[in-house]
Design a protein around this ligand. Structure first.
Ligand code: PGA
Length: 263
């Protein structure tokens, strides 16, 4: 687990975007696992600038989004499809047929979830998975007590998540109570994971994910099982980490070794 404690969100976004841009230059048909929410937007803005200003080509990139609400419909402004169009897809040249979302339309969703997992495998697996984390430690919509081996499936959202999401809906509108999400097992299959978290509300979830015991009650702690996770945090999200001075020192040492070509 690598942990960068950044001075600003933009420093974290630059580090996250650099992971993607470096990988894309090596592998033009990169497979990206994408996240929604406020956290990844800074990374998306840097990817858009690289496409616009440097002509970086995304036409062979395949994407798989982490989650999507049930019952909103793709064109609802709060659907994650609409979010991704607004914040990324409308500005890049990834062909629509190469963008994948967990299935939320029609019936037989369990069968469609199996096919979504098959599509990830057919693409060769996810190279880099972007993640945020909820205040309750959820990754994707894997709420507390989600199986650490779970795969893509329908999940009922917790009251805490519903409260966090309520601000996006107008008075009288009922926010979706369920979503389809990649499972924790699906996320752990990605080759590399980049998780960003900013602000005091994320401090407990980050503490549990990095230093807590492995527990389905804090789904982010499952990342301890993954061999290549990068946490990009601000000071506030890192504030409850008891070994944060060590993480700073380890990050600085490893950066130096990377520059010197030792790593
Ligand atoms: P946020 O959400 O990026 O809007 O903080 C993250 C999450 O709940 O997974």
């Amino acid at each position: 687990m690598r942990i960068a404690i950044c001075k600003t969100n933009s420093e974290a976004a630059a580090l996250g975007a650099a992971e993607i841009l470096t990988a894309l230059r090596r592998k033009p048909d990169l497979v990206l696992g994408l996240a929604t929410g406020s956290t990844p937007v800074g990374i998306y803005q840097i990817l858009i600038r690289a496409h616009r200003n440097e002509g970086l080509d995304f036409s062979r990139v395949r994407t798989f989004n982490l989650d999507e609400y049930l019952g909103l419909g793709a064109t609802h402004p709060q659907s994650y499809r609409a979010f991704m169009n607004r914040h990324l897809f409308d500005e890049l040249n990834i062909p629509p047929e190469q963008r994948h979302f967990p299935p939320t339309e029609g019936d037989r969703l369990e069968e469609k979830c199996v096919r979504f997992e098959e599509a990830i495998r057919a693409a060769g697996g996810i190279d880099i998975q972007l993640l945020g984390i909820g205040r309750n430690g959820h990754i994707g919509f894997n709420e507390p007590t989600s199986s650490l081996h779970s795969r893509t499936r329908v999940k009922t959202l917790t009251p805490k998540t519903l409260r966090d999401n309520a601000r996006f809906y107008s008075d009288g509108e009922r926010p979706p109570q369920t979503a389809v999400t990649m499972g924790i097992g699906t996320i752990l299959d990605a080759r590399r994971i980049v998780l960003q978290a900013f602000g005091p509300p994320k401090a407990d979830a980050i503490h549990a994910a990095v230093e807590g015991p492995l527990s389905s009650f804090w789904p982010g702690s499952a990342l301890q099982l993954h061999p290549d996770v990068l946490f990009l945090l601000d000071e506030e999200a890192a504030s409850r980490l008891s070994m944060r001075e060590y993480y700073r020192q380890a990050w600085a040492n490893e950066e130096e070794m990377r520059k010197a070509g030792v790593l």
